[in-house]
Design a protein around this ligand. Structure first.
Ligand SMILES: N[C@@H](CCC(=O)N[C@@H](CS)C(=O)NCC(=O)O)C(=O)O
Length: 214
C-alpha cells in the first residue's frame, strides 16, 4: 500500500499538527513523519517544493494525493482506514462528534490567540478576558454534553478515542499550560488526554525539541 507522509510543525507549538498526528498515531495507522521548523525560510520553501498547494502544516501526502487542513486530513484517514474507527459508530454520536470537531476547527479564536499551545511551558494567567472565558466555558459545556450523553464506554469524549479527542487535545494541553481552572470532569478528561500513549510520544518529542540537551 502506498505510504503516508505527514508533515508537521514544531511539536511544542503546532496545535494543528498535533490533531491529525494524534488521530493517526493513536489509531495505529503507519505513517512517515516529516518535521518542519516553523518560522524559518526552509519551512515555506519545503512546503512550496514538496507539498503545494498546501501553505501550512499539517499536510498529508498519500502517493500523488495531498490533503491539507487538519480536519480534512482526519476525515481522509478515517475514510481510508475505516477499521481504525476514528468516528463513533452510532450516527447520533457521530454527528455530535463531527459538530464539535467542526466547532473547534472553525472557532475559539479568542482562546487560541490568548493562550497559544505551548506544551512544555507553564504560565500564570492572572485573569481571562471575557471572550476567552466564554470560549473556555463553551468548550467545557461541549465536553460535558459529550461525556454525559456518549462517554459511558471510556474516559474520552465519546468513550473510546475519536477524532473529536484529537481536535480538543491541544485545548487540554492549554488548560494545563495556563493553569485554567475547570470543573472536575473536565480536569479528568484533560488527564485522559495526557494518558493516551500517542500523546505521551508527542510530549516527549516536544520536550526533546525544546530542551535538546536533556
Ligand atoms: N486551518 C489550518 C491551520 C494550520 C496552521 O495554522 N498551521 C500553522 C502551524 S499550527 C502553520 O503552518 N503556521 C505557519 C508558520 O507559522 O509559518 C489547519 O486546520 O490545518
Amino acid at each position: 500500500m502506498t505510504s503516508l507522509i505527514l508533515a508537521v510543525g514544531n511539536k511544542n507549538l503546532s496545535s494543528w499538527s498535533l490533531r491529525p498526528w494524534l488521530a493517526m498515531k493513536q489509531a495505529g495507522i503507519p505513517f512517515e513523519e516529516v518535521n518542519l521548523k516553523m518560522r524559518t525560510p526552509a519551512f515555506r520553501d519545503t512546503l512550496a517544493r514538496d507539498y503545494a498547494p498546501a501553505r501550512l502544516v499539517p499536510v498529508l501526502r498519500h502517493g500523488d494525493r495531498l490533503v491539507w487542513e487538519s480536519l480534512a486530513i482526519c476525515e481522509y484517514v478515517a475514510e481510508t482506514f475505516p477499521d481504525a474507527k476514528l468516528w463513533p459508530a452510532d450516527p447520533v454520536a457521530r454527528a455530535f462528534a463531527r459538530a464539535i470537531a467542526a466547532e473547534m476547527h472553525a472557532g475559539f479564536g479568542a482562546l487560541r490567540q490568548a493562550l497559544p499551545m505551548n506544551i512544555c511551558g507553564q504560565f500564570e494567567v492572572p485573569g481571562l478576558a471575557p471572550d476567552v472565558r466564554a470560549d473556555v466555558d463553551r468548550i467545557v459545556d461541549l465536553w460535558r454534553m459529550a461525556r454525559d450523553r456518549f462517554g459511558a464506554g471510556g474516559s474520552l469524549l465519546f468513550g473510546q478515542f475519536s477524532i473529536a479527542d484529537a481536535m480538543y487535545a491541544p485545548v487540554a494541553t492549554r488548560f494545563r499550560t495556563y493553569g485554567i481552572d475547570v470543573p472536575g470532569f473536565a480536569a479528568e478528561y484533560v488527564e485522559a488526554i495526557y494518558a493516551l500513549p500517542a500523546m505521551k510520544v508527542w510530549i516527549t518529542d516536544a520536550e526533546r525539541e525544546t530542551q535538546p540537551d536533556r
